[in-house]
Design a protein around this ligand. Structure first.
Ligand code: NAP
Length: 436
């Protein structure tokens, strides 16, 4: 079984290492040895340390390698949309199986890859694209295919989980925690894709597509990052017996006409400490799946890093190699349900709102009136300790948690609260998930 490896960076070099170290076992498991036909890289002369591979295998011409007659499987570990899309479409149309870790491409234009795979009769596997080492996509696309998934809630970005966990543990602000993450190698020099939620949104699209048998792209995912989460928000969460996590949430729902829909979103949210995702610390990932018959399932582990990601890549390589030897092909894309994706404004969420209000009679009624006007029902109201105001009399903290309501109604409520003369400031607004 001849492999074309595209990319030999963090993930690719570990794949090369594992292919070397485990060659005998892999051959026994597959029924044929795995051989590297070539490794496409950008810089031919780059120092690749003591990588156990013949230097003559490196090439800077990925297309020629992919088109080579003696390549059976193309393993893409480069990333980005182009030229990766052109390479993989070419490979799949030519009937070569593809294993890829490229979440950005799958979320942007997974349809083009699936169509090319169907055209060429080839396999397309991408376990490593979501949550690194954690076996997650295979359970969604195989083990749970007899069930009906209602909701997927995940922590799928290690960098942001490290930052939020650090903020929770030390009371640090976002900037300070980001600095620590960068120093320790958990955040890249440009952390935008992680801290603004783009990476998690791409993974949310992939998860939702598999869970709900519907093509969901990155553009369908509502996205908010963690840059606005403050130390005060975290303190507020702690006071409620909660913590804050960047969650990706994909959920089945029904629109006002009774049609089934799906909503897919990524945003920071408050979750109670009793929620299984609350204890996922450091840079770990975890995905919580709720299915009709299976009930609640949790997948946990290392979501990134060279070796963990290479483990997932190699698992896929073994699967596609076995299929080829057996003359078989994995089940093709399942997108028959074709559910419509609901806009965020219609998604049903809950808010936790902290207000700094004037401590005088009638304030509570005026605040409650705003919620009522937007048809948002209040679950709990808590009044914090009164403090001396800045020359305008006494202030009081008011913490309000709502029941479930459309996100647009909640957002409009907060906008109106900001304009009330009895509200000095809205100090924190967080969505709430789980039973707070
Ligand atoms: N790193 C992780 O923890 C992780 C986890 C899950 C998924 N992924 C995904 O895995 C993929 C690879 O990530 P990575 O972290 O390994 O990236 P990386 O360390 O930056 O490595 C990228 C590799 O691609 C090569 N490359 C770049 N442009 C190329 C071009 N135009 N033609 C040929 N080769 C090219 C580079 O060549 P040179 O070596 O010559 O520079 C390098 O070997 C991405 O899709 C990423 O999203 C990564």
């Amino acid at each position: 079984m001849r492999l074309a490896l595209l990319g030999c960076g963090t993930v690719g070099s570990e794949v090369v290492r594992l292919l070397h170290e485990q060659s005998a076992d892999l051959a026994a498991r597959i029924g044929a040895p795995l051989e590297i036909a070539g490794i496409a890289v950008r810089r031919h002369g780059r120092d690749r340390g003591d990588l156990p591979v013949d230097p003559a295998l490196f090439t800077t011409d990925p297309l020629a390698l992919i088109k080579s007659d003696d390549v059976d499987v193309v393993v893409e570990m480069v990333g980005g949309i182009e030229p990766a899309r052109t390479w993989l479409v070419e490979a799949l149309r030519a009937g070569k199986s593809v294993v890829t870790a490229n979440k950005a491409l799958l979320a942007e234009d997974g349809g083009a890859l699936h169509d090319a795979a169907a055209e060429g009769g080839a396999d397309l596997y991408y376990e490593a694209s979501v949550a690194g080492a954690i076996p997650l996509l295979r359970p969604l696309r195989e083990s749970l295919h007899g069930d009906r998934i209602n909701r997927v809630t995940g922590i799928v970005n290690g960098t942001t989980n490290f930052i939020l966990s650090a903020m929770d543990a030390s009371g640090a602000g976002f900037a300070e925690a980001l600095e620590e993450a960068t120093e320790l190698g958990y955040a890249e020099a440009d952390p935008t894709a992680d801290v603004e939620g783009f990476d998690a949104a791409a993974k949310a699209a992939i998860l939702a597509s598999l869970a709900f048998h519907t093509r969901v792209g990155a553009a369908d995912v509502y996205r908010e990052g963690i840059t606005e989460v403050t130390a005060a928000d975290m303190a507020s969460a702690k006071a409620m017996g909660c913590t804050i996590k960047l969650l990706c949430i994909a959920a089945r729902g029904t629109d006002p006409q009774g049609r089934e829909t799906v909503s897919v979103r990524v945003h920071p949210a408050m979750i109670p400490l009793s929620h299984p995702l609350a204890s996922v610390g450091d840079a770990f990932n975890a995905v919580f799946v709720e299915a009709e018959a299976a009930g609640q399932l949790m997948f946990y582990g290392r979501g990134a890093g060279g070796a963990p990601t290479a483990s997932a890549v190699l698992g896929d390589v073994v699967a596609v190699a076995r299929n080829r030897l057996a003359g078989a092909r994995a089940a093709s894309e399942s997108a028959y349900a074709d559910l419509s994706v609901r806009p965020m404004g219609e998604a049903l969420t809950r808010y936790h709102i902290s207000l700094d209000v004037a401590d005088r009679p009638g304030v509570l009624a005026s605040v409650a009136g705003v919620f009522a006007r937007h048809d948002v029902s209040i679950a709990t109201v808590r009044q914090g300790s009164a403090e001396a105001g800045s020359g305008r009399g006494e202030d009081a903290d008011l913490v309000i948690v709502t029941h479930v309501a459309p996100d647009a109604a909640l957002a409009a409520t907060v906008r109106e609260l900001r304009g009330l003369d009895t509200v000095r400031s809205v100090t924190s607004v967080l969505r709430v998930e789980g039973g707070v």
